[in-house]
Design a protein around this ligand. Structure first.
Ligand SMILES: [Zn+2]
Length: 482
């Protein structure tokens, strides 16, 4: 784990392997002025000659800079100062760090604006962890030590905690499905809870049966791996404060069941527990930051496979909240898992519930790879979440929930069916299904089928799990109940 320390040593005097320095295109920071002074305005000349424009995420590495003690100076652009945001800070710091992460570096000095420093620190932490966790020799390495030119220990500490929580989420998503399945995912959550400071209760298949979680169990019954359900409690506020419920879909591998996916669509289905990973990562960050808020996270963990005992098309399942569900497609399993978990959450009396799920391909069709769909029965809750997401720079967009879509999940033989009529509006009919299980509790469903995962690496983050919405949830938890 990288050690982050604040320092007051000047950019000219600091003895580090590398200095990372953030540059605005239109404004000089104190450290940029010091670099100009100590180096005959070397960087200024580069900028005047058009060799470095300081556009956001532009990286230029200068070896053995005269006038500096460090061996290398990495310049990274922050764009225009008026546009500087948490997202730009995180991506710029990440872009600089990721260009260096191929080597094992002992000491990196970090000179960035004080504004959005937390996000920049998180950006370094995230950029220096890759998805190559099972390679004999990893190609993306964390730095031993980072000296941050700041006196703001609290921001640096927070950025480190949030970055590590995002990485915990990404790491769970990146684990292969033969290693990470319901029991081992539950064990990981217990370990994270012990170290971060929240309680984790695990329901096994016997307890799930006695708790009547029959739609969750129906999905799980095709696998030899038994299902689990997690209840993770963090009480940072007093008993009279409201409780935020977070619910995560944790399908550790989704073959589609008898509605079998083709190989291309099945290959990356280890990421179908991305909702659970977001909830666990957020719990880690909220507990380590000791935020004054009460949060309970619930995750349903199953594997969706094919066997002689798997659930079938045409089966009718009696869900935990009493509604009967006819199965029209065994690949629409996430909503069945969430149905019972949402019922547990609302019956336990959470005041608001936000669920995260890699739920539908239809959401990808509607909103693309990087934008989450928002579906709600409570506009205030949705607005709070959306504004938190906008502030940190995570894309989301609200979708309609009009009664017409609810008509499409009516069944001829049971109360509802687990698919809409045809494929149109599939992200919405899935949300209408979930709405059947939240009673009157203010609820928001976040479909993260796009942003939970990326096939390709970006300049500031490796491919694989992306750790989406951990930062948004930290922001939301800070404002919750206020
Ligand atoms: Zn599925």
């Amino acid at each position: 784990m990288t050690e982050f320390l604040t320092t007051t040593i000047s950019v000219l005097d600091i003895d580090a392997d590398v200095i990372i320095a953030g540059y605005f295109s239109d404004q000089q920071t104190p450290y940029a002025a010091a670099i100009s002074e100590g180096t005959d305005d070397f960087v200024g000349n580069l900028m005047n000659n058009g060799d470095f424009d300081a556009n956001a995420n532009e990286v230029l590495t200068l070896p053995y800079p005269t006038g500096l003690k460090a061996n290398r100076l990495v310049l990274v652009g922050l764009g225009e100062s008026k546009d500087y945001s948490p997202l730009i800070a995180m991506r710029a710091a990440g872009s600089a760090a990721k260009t260096l992460a191929s080597k094992k570096l002992d000491h990196v000095a970090f000179f960035f604006p004080e504004e959005n420093l937390t996000d920049a620190i998180s950006g370094i932490v995230v950029a220096c962890q890759g998805q190559d966790i099972l390679r004999s020799e990893v190609k993306i390495n964390a730095f031993e030590k980072v000296s941050v030119a700041s006196e703001n220990d609290a921001d640096v500490r927070e950025g480190h905690i949030v970055g590590r929580a995002i990485n915990a989420c990404r790491n769970l998503v990146n684990q292969p499905p033969n290693i990470l399945y319901p029991e081992t995912l539950a064990e990981s959550a217990v370990e994270i809870g012990e170290s971060a400071g929240f309680d984790v209760e695990v329901w096994d298949e016997v307890r799930l049966a006695s708790e009547e979680c029959r739609t969750l169990l129906a999905v799980a019954q095709g696998s030899d791996r038994p299902p689990r359900m997690l209840t993770m409690k963090y009480n940072g506020a007093d008993e009279t404060s409201p409780t935020l419920g977070l619910v995560g879909k944790g399908v550790t591998f989704d073959s589609g069941g008898y509605s079998l996916k083709p190989s291309d669509g099945m290959f990356d289905m280890k990421c179908d527990m991305g909702g659970a990973a977001t909830v666990i990562g957020a719990m880690q960050a909220i507990a380590e930051l000791k935020l004054p808020v009460n949060v309970i996270g619930y995750c349903g963990l199953v594997e969706n496979l094919v066997s002689g005992n798997a659930f079938k098309l045409g089966d009718v399942i009696h869900s935990r909240n009493g509604k009967t569900v006819e199965i029209h497609n065994t690949d629409a399993e996430g909503r069945l898992v969430l149905a019972d978990v949402l019922d547990v959450a609302v019956k336990n009396g959470v005041d608001h519930v936000v669920d995260f799920a890699t739920l539908t391909g239809a959401c990808l069709v509607a909103l693309g790879l990087d934008c989450a769909g928002l579906f709600t029965n409570d506009q205030d809750l949705c607005d709070q979440f959306k504004s938190a997401a906008d502030e940190v720079g995570e894309d989301s967009w609200q979708m309609p929930m009009t009664p017409n879509f609810g008509e499409q999940i009516k069944s001829n033989v049971a109360d509802i069916k687990n698919m809409g009529s045809g494929r149109w509006g599939g992200a919405i009919t899935a949300a209408k299904f979930l709405e059947e299980f939240v009673a009157d509790t203010p609820w928001l469903h976040v479909d993260i089928a796009g942003p939970a995962w990326s096939d390709n690496a970006k300049k500031w983050i490796d491919g694989g799990g992306q750790g989406c919405f951990v930062r948004t949830l930290v922001k939301l938890a800070k404002q919750y109940g206020k």
